[in-house]
Ligand binder design. Structure first.
Ligand code: NAD
Length: 491
């Protein structure tokens, strides 16, 4: 394992000591009922990083009370004021980018470079929605039958519950909080219990720039089912926005039904990365590296399976294996590290199980194929060739640095393979023929599509999936619409 510089260790300790670790309710950081706490671990060495208040259902209902009480005043706050608060939050997050990046890297494990990129992406939602907050418009029209004028306006939906995963501890929070606040909604955020520190630093940042009391509340908990169940069963809640696994999302949709809650669901993915026979292989290998290794392979839009034309498969596989071989594996805060640990031991067990099962079904391990250093949750970057397309490593979400390569014979074959899983978040294609790439994209059932690139995310674009990958969009005007109710009056 590559060691961290002593200066980074000291900086990390001082940073964590400064993060307020209570529940953030009604503008104050408070202890949980009974003083319960949860422990946050460093995935690179399993050492405890911090203890954070662990909410129960009663604590979370206090947060909803705060959000509910703040709702009407926030909805009536001038859009310009909401806009300026979001812009101030953007500036403040940028000013604190080193602290945010280090905290993300420490609690989640990603490299500092990936964490810096996350801070930029996360901050952009604050800036973009600060610009949108003053452009929430409706429409007017004559009733076709005459005798009346139709006024269509937009209103905030009301208090929202925002549930986020651990893989992007800041960006998944700002991608929801920024449009919600721009729309005039108040929120209760429930971050992942594995990465609560970043959300708490963000809450403190919002308080610092003057976001009013109760508009944003944060509850961390190890009892997600109980806490979320209590909130969703309370009639004051109007909407839930969830990012996480398809299994939990599907369960929450059922829980949302009795109260007819508005829902937005950003769920799991299984992105195909397609390399057609006219692709620039060197560019495809570089794109594959980004699409697979970014975030340690723990991204919903990470390339899950590589569908490579049979004429290029060998060249592509050896190119990727060579790039993987150059990656230094270690704690994300160490100099020169290109791949950090996975989030926890369950994740390593799952990835190892998928690779072993593929091996037993005839896949060839070109590089990696084993765990890394014992002290943390490491798995080595792995390329698998000759992978049958019906193996679990191809059909399920890997969430780790493993690249299974399946060969394809033509474009039709690529499309049928791409559409062969229940997921439909994003697909990537490499081809020198743009028309051909776009026509392929039109036949693949996903919400997003990248041409000759391994990353498509942008705060101004509608991020989201088809099929089991979700409902609704985040980012762009579409992301704001998720927090708005349409109101029509005939006058
Ligand atoms: P997860 O579903 O286990 O957890 C997500 C959140 O839901 C966490 O805050 C967790 O505490 C909470 N949760 C868990 N069980 C719950 C329950 N019964 N009731 C209410 N809340 C509950 O997912 P994860 O492991 O944190 O994240 C990884 C998953 O997220 C992957 O499937 C990934 O594809 C997906 N993801 C999707 C997107 C997207 O935009 N589509 C983005 C990032 C991650």
């Amino acid at each position: 394992v590559t060691l961290r510089d002593l200066s980074v260790v000291t900086e990390s300790r001082e940073l964590i000591d400064r993060v307020l670790t209570g529940l953030f309710v009604g503008g104050e950081f408070t202890a949980a009922a009974g003083g319960h706490t949860l422990v946050v671990e460093d995935p690179s060495n399993r050492a405890p990083l911090a203890e954070v208040a662990d909410a129960n259902a009663g604590d979370s209902l206090n947060a909803l009370t705060a959000a509910h009480e703040a709702m009407s005043e926030w909805a009536e706050t001038a859009p310009r004021t909401r806009s300026e608060l979001l812009r101030a939050a953007y500036d403040r997050v940028q000013a604190l980018r080193r602290q945010f990046a280090l905290l993300i890297s420490l609690e989640m494990g990603k490299t500092l470079a990936d964490a810096e990129a996350e801070v930029s992406y996360a901050a952009e939602f604050l800036r973009w929605y600060s610009e949108e907050a003053v452009r929430i418009n409706g429409r007017t029209g004559q009733a076709p039958g005459g005798g009346g004028q139709m006024l269509v306006t937009k209103r905030p939906v009301g208090p929202c519950l925002l549930i986020t995963p651990w893989n992007f501890p800041l960006a998944m929070v700002t991608r929801k909080v920024a449009p919600a606040l721009a729309a005039g909604c108040t929120v209760v955020v429930k971050p992942s219990e594995l990465t609560p520190l970043t959300a708490l630093l963000f809450a403190d940042t919002l308080r610092d720039v003057g976001v009013p009391t109760g508009v944003v509340n944060v509850v961390n908990t190890t009892s997600a089912g109980e806490v979320v169940g209590a909130l969703m069963g309370d009639g004051r809640l109007r909407k839930i926005s969830f990012t996480g696994s398809t299994a939990v999302g599907s369960h929450l949709l059922q829980q949302a039904a009795p109260g007819v809650l508005r829902t937005s669901m950003e769920l799991g993915g299984n992105a195909p990365f397609i390399v057609l026979e006219d692709a620039d292989v060197t560019a495809a290998v570089e794109g594959a590296l980004v699409a697979k290794i970014r975030n340690g392979g723990q991204s919903c839009v990470g390339a899950n399976r590589f569908l490579v034309h049979e004429s290029l498969a060998e060249e592509f596989a050896s190119g990727l294996a060579s790039r993987f071989g150059d990656l230094r594996v270690g704690p994300g805060q160490s100099p020169g590290v290109g791949l950090g640990p996975l989030i926890n031991s369950d994740a390593v067990d799952r990835v190892e199980g998928l690779v072993e099962a593929a091996r037993a079904q005839g896949a060839n391990v070109l590089c990696g194929g084993q765990r890394g250093a014992d002290e943390g949750h490491f798995y080595l970057p792995t390329v698998l060739t000759d992978v049958p397309s019906n193996t679990d490593v191809v059909q399920s979400e890997i969430f780790g640095p493993v690249a299974p390569i399946v060969t394809i014979s033509d474009d039709d074959h690529a499309v049928s393979e791409a559409n062969s899983t229940p997921f439909g978040l994003v697909a990537y294609v490499y081809s020198q023929d743009l028309r051909r790439a776009l026509s392929l994209g039109n036949r693949i059932e996903t919400g997003m599509f990248g041409v000759n690139r391994g990353l498509v995310s942008d705060a101004a674009a509608p991020f989201g999936g088809a099929k089991a990958s979700g409902l609704g969009r985040e980012g762009g005007p579409e992301g704001l619409a998720e927090y708005l109710e349409t109101h029509y009056a005939l006058v």
